[in-house]
Design a protein around this ligand. Structure first.
Ligand code: NAD
Length: 271
């Protein structure tokens, strides 16, 4: 049975551990860690059957089959290279860390040299299956359009730098258009979605991102349009927040659970 170690006992980490605990994912929850012990204890109190050990990443990586990171971009730098050196597979949620191309190249290289797998769940977007298939042939364009209520963009570096008054927006307004490489810096809250899409498709420079403020919305919407030799497709997801954290999309937690379920399942469906 797959032995899982997990770093980050917040919203996504708790959802994953509960899914292992209730048998949705057929695996053993061997160990967990969080730099905040309150989060560790809160997570442990939600488990009915699993009794994971609490240990730091450096210790758990010699004991487990796969390390699940659902903590922060910082944690990707701290724990993933060491896990790969220890021949441990990894699943990474803080995919935005790969906006740092050096980190991306390092982790790719380490995975290859140590014969390990790096899993990046789809997160809060849909359509990566089609994008992966279409990338076998030429892709002409990939565009991510994110629509949010204006308040959902508050605090973004781009909004602050350009002194955009979000309270004055009274209709659907395009706030930003540019390559994913710029979008991840301008709107860090979009960073995971843009990074996953760029890695699966045509990279951070060629992937285009459009950010739209829409006062009529209560949910965050991600639309992906891909054109290529295969033809074209568009996907659209309206994300509801996680029941336990209004800032996190529920689909992101579900995609993490689905990825681990797929890894532990002998029957693989879909691209
Ligand atoms: N791939 C996606 O589509 C997607 C979607 C949502 C969130 N995320 C990312 O997944 C990560 C987890 O999201 P969440 O909503 O569960 O966050 P959260 O804030 O609810 O939980 C994160 C937990 O990790 C812990 N933590 C942070 N840095 C750590 C470190 N260096 N070492 C140990 N523990 C650490 C925190 O104390 C916290 O308990 C975030 O980086 C977030 O950006 C990715």
């Amino acid at each position: 049975m797959l032995k899982i170690g997990l770093i980050g006992c917040g919203t996504i980490g708790t959802s994953i551990c509960k899914a292992i605990d209730d048998g949705t994912i057929e695996a053993e929850l061997f160990s967990i860690y969080d730099r905040n012990m309150d989060d560790v204890n809160r997570l442990l109190s939600t488990l009915k059957r699993s009794r994971p050990q609490v240990m730091e990443a450096a210790t758990m990586i010699t004991e487990i089959d796969i390390l699940v990171e659902c903590a922060s971009q910082e944690a990707v730098y701290e724990v993933i290279p060491a896990a790969l050196h220890a021949h441990c597979d990894v699943m990474i949620m803080s995919v935005g860390a790969f906006a740092d191309q050096n980190l991306y190249r390092t982790i790719r290289g380490l995975a290859k040299d140590n014969n390990c797998k790096v899993y990046l769940p789809s997160g809060a977007i849909v359509g990566l299956d089609g994008l992966k298939s279409s990338s076998i042939e030429d892709i002409y364009s990939v565009t991510l359009t994110t629509q949010k209520p204006p308040s959902g963009l508050a605090g973004a570096p781009y909004i602050i730098r350009n002194e955009i008054d979000l309270d004055k927006i009274n209709g659907k307004t395009v706030i930003f258009e540019g390559p994913a490489s710029e979008a991840v810096k301008a709107f860090p809250a979009n960073v995971n979605v843009a990074a996953t899409l760029s890695i699966a498709g045509i990279g951070f420079e060629k992937t285009k991102v459009k950010i739209v403020a829409n006062p009529a919305l209560t949910r965050n919407i991600h639309e992906i349009s891909v054109k290529g030799a295969f033809g074209e497709f568009t996907t659209r997801v309206e994300n509801v927040p996680s029941p336990s954290n209004p800032k996190s999309s529920y689909l992101a937690s579900l995609s993490a659970i689905a990825t681990l379920k797929k890894i532990s399942d002998p029957f693989q469906t879909g691209t």
